[in-house]
Design a protein. Structure first.
Length: 273
């Protein structure tokens, strides 16, 4: 189940990426390749996934959203993050930094803010809970050090997972294509998901209308150039046949007669009897 509303995800689109990793956890006696990927995307490749990885997850999510993290595996590094600003009234998707361990140890935990009440802060982050996984946990406000909000703009080329992907924690964010890529770019430009949907929808309908107009215009032009033949009825066809007068047939020339040759008279007729 998603942690935020569509409007909240529109304001903090990186939370869609964080949400898509829910359920990723350590593998007992082995390494989880997804966690190793978090270390790599945070700028610190590791061979052992059993190290503390809350900061690696926070940095990896920002990296995949086209934002610049601290590139540091220390949770408290986000207190000095030049890519974010300090806020006292948190919003969905802000970074929350907590203390951990003994006072003065310098240890901490960094995670993404969801909501809070008088006593607890609910956050979505990595390496949380007893097993160390990506999940939603409540933390005591007594441990809270501060909040940081990203001040960078989302890269228009960054692919933002669709809402359907957010609801599938076992699915890794995939590159969107076609309409999804356009929608991600418009969202980054206008800064509001719902507005981006309207703009993208109007643009799509405009392109379709223009294409239909061009196609219909070409069809009409082709029809006007094509000769139109109307079939005759039986009565009209019979009338045409009756009115048909065949052309006169020219007679062949009479072959010339052969010249007549005089016959030879008998010798008796020539000389008399």
């Amino acid at each position: 189940m998603a942690s935020g509303t569509p409007a909240q995800y529109a304001a903090a689109p990186w939370m869609r990426i964080a949400e898509s990793y829910r359920g990723v956890k350590r593998v007992k006696g082995g390494n989880n390749d997804v966690i190793l990927k978090f270390f790599k995307e945070s700028g610190h490749p590791q061979k052992d996934a059993n190290l503390a990885w809350c900061a690696a997850f926070a940095n990896a999510v920002l990296f995949e959203a086209g934002l610049r993290g601290t590139q540091n595996l220390m949770a408290r590094s986000f207190l000095n993050w030049d890519g974010g600003r300090k806020v006292t009234q948190p919003q969905f998707g802000d970074l929350a930094i907590f203390s951990r361990g003994k006072p003065g140890s310098g240890l901490g935990h960094v995670t993404y803010f969801v909501e809070w009440d008088e006593d607890t802060v609910t956050c979505l982050g990595g390496n949380q809970g007893a097993v160390g996984e990506v999940n939603v946990q409540k933390f005591s406000r007594a441990r809270l050090i501060g909040f940081r909000r990203p001040i960078q703009k989302i890269d228009a080329k960054t692919v933002i997972p669709a809402m359907t992907d957010m609801e599938k924690p076992d699915k890794k964010p995939e590159a969107a294509t076609g309409f999804g890529t356009i929608l991600a770019a418009i969202t980054a430009f206008v800064g509001h998901y719902e507005t981006a949907i309207i703009v993208a929808g109007v643009a799509t309908l405009t392109v379709f209308a223009f294409w239909y107009w061009k196609t219909e215009k070409a069809r009409i032009a082709a029809a006007e150039m094509t000769p139109q033949y109307k079939p005759l009825s039986r009565v009209a066809a019979a009338k045409k046949i009756a009115e048909f007068v065949p052309p006169p047939i020219e007679s062949e020339a009479t072959p010339p007669k052969k010249p007549r040759v005089a016959r030879k008279t008998s010798r008796m007729k020539q000389h008399g009897s």
